[in-house]
Design a protein around this ligand. Structure first.
Ligand SMILES: Cc1cc2nc3c(=O)[nH]c(=O)nc-3n(C[C@H](O)[C@H](O)[C@H](O)COP(=O)(O)OP(=O)(O)OC[C@H]3O[C@@H](n4cnc5c(N)ncnc54)[C@H](O)[C@@H]3O)c2cc1C
Length: 657
């Protein structure tokens, strides 16, 4: 085993524990406990945090001792498909039996259903540790508690939760959730079809409503992780394409794996259970071998509508936003495994008179891996905290709002603040996490030299397992398009605010007395300059010369006869470059804020040094990216598109939307 032995993946990771210590537990625990008001709830953040630390310590030990040592076995064992049934890889099954015994399937679920009512942040921290041990285990794990929490959320969102004295006592999916918490069943998130992955507007699977209000679903879905699970959340077309084209015609459905003699959902092991869907086969993947990715056929399958007709895309986005945050935690676990493997080898192996770790280029790789992991973790925890708070406040407002109007208004304002922040950060961490997981596992292999290419070391497994991270839950390119769209739209809609932001950032970059703050401001200024360049070029291509006008006059020019999908080529070309700049400057800002927030404590020096190291590496890199954007000539675009930039392909429309 290449990864150095550890007895506990929680206790051996100071940075992970530091990030947990920075969370405002009073806020998070209050929101979490307010939803259920159990008798045995935590009353303070401190009390809850002490319990979560203990829990994560024991789960960190489990990951280190009961999963990591079996990573090779997990890689060599594949699930088997026969007669429409999938048999899980034996080691994976054994690990999941043990995880169920530890109560991990219900970490985030209400206590009345057998769960622990812990925040998602705790289950995400576990997920990082599981991925560090083995990516297949982590991939499968997400479809237990994650799917059960989604079912719980959907029930609250659609108004099918029953309350007693303001406390939810029953949800639409209680029976299903209880079986997941017991570790007997799991779910699947079902979107992708053979002809449509990123472009959900092209989905073809369709559902028809029946007289009794239930639905029948038909269609084929592919690459479904844990698709042999019992609880499918499926997006499919429910409306006429003529009246509700593209995304507007999609709805979300709950599809059980089995139905009973009465035609209604039932437990898989019920006496009268029969399959409600067909597993067409499982994929032979290059990595994450123990995890299942299945083809599913729905043939007149019983389905139940979740929420309202036509709301499918909105509802699926909630699940996907959360899944993107989860993937960033997977990326962190992957990077952590790669870094530790590489560092241990480099500190042992001697070449040309000294260890590899003391040769400049290798030392530089290791330093880069270390600082990127710390930056990625800081910004991922920040995104996860805000996503969770925003989601919980919105659920409270929708399902059980306070009677007092001022209190409602206050919650509304807080929900918006949290959601805005998570919306900015989520595509960035999914993008950066995915790309870094691949880059760092590749660096790890390189540091190991020839032996890294040999299967025994596990380094090549890390790379194979990592390669899908920039692909699933929205590819890197799709994340970049989202980041581009949100940031540019905000600037175009409110040019005065954008101009003010530029002025304030420039002032800070020039005159702040705090060198860290100054560095972070310089990085932000580079990002804003890139946005300014992109907007000017897009505007100039469209309207000829508007880019030379003062920013305050852009709005009128840009909104007049403006079709962002067609006129946006220059922006679309540089979406990934802008996303890098946004990611690095937000990370610098978060690291500087953290360093300043621990001033005067034992952590102060270390956190200041981390922020300094990050800025030192990423400021020059940002300048290089800005130069690439600024230097792009019109002829490059013409060559890429085979036509004038003004007539950019309308196929980019779905992506820009
Ligand atoms: C192991 C594994 C597990 C998976 N698990 C699940 C699951 O559980 N549930 C599920 O529903 N799906 C799952 N998927 C599917 C996955 O989410 C899709 O593969 C992914 O969304 C990409 O879709 P696609 O493969 O159709 O590629 P496409 O959408 O065809 O994209 C191909 C390439 O083109 C790029 N591209 C597409 N549109 C644009 C654009 N407008 N601008 C620039 N570039 C663009 C993409 O970024 C990508 O690089 C899984 C896939 C794998 C491999």
């Amino acid at each position: 085993m290449a990864q150095p032995a550890s007895s506990n993946f929680f206790l051996d990771n100071d940075d992970l524990r530091f990030q947990l210590s920075r969370i405002d537990w009073d806020v998070l625990v209050d929101l979490q406990e307010r939803m259920f008001l159990d008798d045995d709830r935590f009353h303070t953040g401190r009390e809850a945090k002490a319990f979560y630390d203990e829990l994560l310590t024991s789960l960190g030990e489990f990951a280190a001792k009961e999963i990591a040592p079996f990573e090779r076995e997990l890689d060599e064992q594949h699930p088997h498909f026969h007669d429409g049934v999938v048999d899980d890889a034996p080691r994976l099954k054994k690990i999941f039996d043990a995880l169920a015994g530890l109560g991990t399937m219900g970490l985030t679920l209400p206590r009345r259903l057998g769960g622990l009512n812990a925040p998602n942040l705790i289950s995400n921290t576990l997920l990082e540790m599981l991925t560090r041990a083995d990516a297949s285990v982590a991939g499968h794990f997400g479809f237990y508690g994650g799917m059960a929490s989604a079912l719980m959320f959907y029930s609250a969102d659609e108004g099918s939760v029953t309350y007693e004295g303001g406390v939810p006592v029953k949800s639409r999916f209680d029976a299903e959730i209880s079986r997941i918490v017991a570790g007997k069943e799991w779910g699947a998130m079902v979107l992708t079809e053979p002809h449509a992955g990123s472009d959900l507007a092209r989905l073809r699977a369709h559902a028809l409503v029946q007289k009794d209000g239930s639905w029948r679903l038909n269609g084929q879905k592919i690459f479904i992780t844990a698709g042999h699970g019992e609880h499918h959340v499926v997006i499919a077309r429910s409306e006429d394409e003529g009246t509700h084209p593209g995304l507007k015609g999609l709805s979300l459905f709950y599809v059980p794996g089995h139905i009973g003699a009465n035609g209604k959902p039932c437990a898989k092991d019920a006496a009268d259970a029969r399959p409600n869907l067909i597993i067409g086969g499982i994929e032979h993947k290059m990595g994450q071998h123990s995890a299942v990715a299945a083809t599913i056929h729905y043939e007149n399958s019983y389905a139940e509508l979740i929420g309202q007709r036509g709301e499918g895309f909105r509802l699926m986005l909630v699940l996907m936003n959360n899944a993107r945050i989860i993937v960033a935690f997977e990326a962190l676990g992957t990077c952590e495994a790669a870094f530790r493997t590489a560092r241990a080898y480099a500190e042992e192996r001697v070449a040309m008179g000294k260890t590899l770790a003391r040769h400049e280029m290798i030392a530089d790789y290791l330093d880069e891996m270390d600082i990127v992991i710390r930056g990625l973790r800081a910004v991922t925890f920040e995104a996860a905290f805000h996503e969770e708070c925003g989601m919980r406040i919105k659920t409270i407002l929708k399902s059980n709002p306070p009677a007092n109007a001022d209190a409602r208004k206050d919650l509304d304002r807080k929900a918006k603040q949290h959601t805005d922040r998570s919306r900015v950060l989520t595509p960035l961490i999914k993008y950066w996490g995915g790309e870094e997981a691949v880059r760092q596992t590749r660096m790890c292999m390189q540091i190991l030299g020839g032996i890294g290419y040999i299967t025994e070391t596990g380094a090549e497994k890390l790379l194979r397992d990592a390669l899908v991270i920039p692909v699933y839950e929205g590819t890197s390119q799709i994340q970049a398009l989202m980041a581009l769209k949100d940031n540019l739209q905000a600037a175009i809609k409110n040019p005065a605010r954008f101009a003010r932001d530029i002025a304030e950032t420039r002032l800070l970059a020039l005159s702040s007395s705090d060198s860290l703050e100054k560095g972070a401001a310089r990085m932000k200024m580079i990002t804003l300059s890139a946005m300014q360049t992109i907007i000017s070029r897009v505007a100039a291509d469209k309207l000829g010369g508007v880019g030379k006008k003062p920013i305050g006059q852009w709005r009128a020019s840009l909104t007049k006869e403006w079709d962002p999908a067609v006129d946006f080529s220059f922006g679309l070309l540089h979406a990934e470059r802008l996303t890098k700049l946004l990611t690095w400057s937000h990370t610098a800002e978060v690291l500087v804020t953290q360093a300043r927030s621990v001033a005067g404590t034992a952590d102060a020096d270390e956190r200041t040094e981390i922020a300094q190291r990050f800025i030192e590496r990423f400021e020059p890199r940002s300048k290089g990216v800005l130069i690439e954007i600024e230097a792009t000539s019109g002829s490059l675009l013409q060559r890429l598109l085979g036509r004038s930039p003004k007539k950019a392909s309308s196929s980019s429309k779905a992506a820009a939307e």
